[in-house]
Design a protein. Structure first.
Length: 334
């Protein structure tokens, strides 16, 4: 009797395993597991792999009255790509200082997380990073406006302000990608500027270190007067300060062999200006191009809101004769 019962139970189990009900249940379990795995993978996407990135042009050396500076500028028309892989180390972003009082249009605080923030070699480094708004929301291209021809404007500046790069990250593989040359040991500051579809201007600041962090006095450029030279091109700048509203005006003229240079469009305008306050690397200000550009005479004006008194270094970038050139000016704001 017991044997008959066992056979009956085994037959029922066998019939169940061969029934459509069992296969329906099994399929449902597989679908649920697949959904969970895909959701987890999306949230913690794998960032390794090949990604197209724009390459910096070969370095050029520029000088002002007292300081030699090396610059590497990305050609915005370049589509050259190379491969690069990185690990999964996460860097907690620095916090951008919040300026107050008479600052107009100050960018809001954003955050970036780099997969690598420490480097052993002096070389071109493949960088991969995410950008988040002040509420912690991930900013992918659909949430960003194209501003001066780019979704993200990425600046990399050495702690001593002697290395400057303006690069254009591209979004690929679910992450922002860019390659940056870090030829000297020390600390570099990475700045990412974006504008959201809600018209919010955001900036993030991160430290990237090659071999060892910069220690001691950085050795900032000394005040350079009003001119800077790039080969046989010269930038002359007249600086005016409206202390009532903390606004500085920069009236610029670019010449070649003492003749006016023809300014050509670059990044959706006729020039690009960023300004850094010495001893406060988190304090990066974008210059605003003013109306009335006389591009055929090499004349262009910018303004910037500089709340604090002190020494600043300005990096002015132009395109002349089809070439991308850069001029550093170090000045006092009183």
């Amino acid at each position: 009797m017991k044997s008959v019962k066992n056979k009956s139970w085994e037959k029922q189990l066998k019939d169940f395993l061969l029934s459509p009900v069992f296969y329906t249940i099994l399929l449902g379990i597989v679908i649920v597991i697949a959904i969970i795995v895909l959701a987890y993978a999306r949230q913690n996407r794998h960032l390794a792999g090949n990604a197209p990135v724009q390459q910096p042009l070969p370095p050029n050396t520029t000088r002002n009255a007292q300081q030699t500076v090396t610059v590497r500028i990305t050609n915005p028309e370049s589509t050259e790509t190379k491969d690069g892989n990185q690990s999964t180390e996460i860097l907690q972003p620095d916090v951008v200082s919040q300026q107050t009082s008479c600052v107009y249009g100050q960018a809001l605080k954003a955050y970036s997380r780099f997969k690598i923030d420490r480097f052993r070699k002096l070389a071109v480094q493949p960088l991969k990073f995410d950008i988040y708004n002040d509420k912690g929301n991930l900013l992918t291209p659909e949430y960003l406006k194209t501003w001066n021809e780019q979704k993200v404007h990425f600046y990399l500046i050495s702690a001593n302000l002697k290395e400057f790069q303006h690069l254009n990250p591209v979004f690929d593989g679910g992450v922002w990608n860019v390659k940056a040359n870090m030829p000297n040991p020390g600390t570099y500051y990475a700045y990412s500027f974006v504008t959201t579809v809600k018209n919010q201007r955001l900036i993030s600041v991160n430290e990237l270190v090659v071999q060892e962090p910069t220690s001691g006095a950085p050795g900032y450029p000394a005040s350079s007067g009003s001119t800077a030279v790039f080969e046989n091109y010269k930038l002359a700048t007249a600086i005016k300060n409206d202390t009532a509203i903390c606004r500085n005006y920069f009236n610029m003229t670019v010449t070649k062999a003492e003749q006016p240079a023809l300014l050509q469009p670059i990044f959706g305008s006729f020039g690009d200006v960023v300004i850094v306050l010495h001893n406060e690397p988190q304090n990066l200000i974008l210059g605003e191009q003013l109306m009335g550009v006389e591009d055929n005479k090499g004349r262009i004006d910018f303004s910037a809101y500089l709340e604090k008194k002190g020494t600043y270094t300005m990096f002015a970038q132009f395109r002349v004769d089809g070439r991308f050139m850069f001029f550093p000016i170090t000045f006092e704001s009183k």
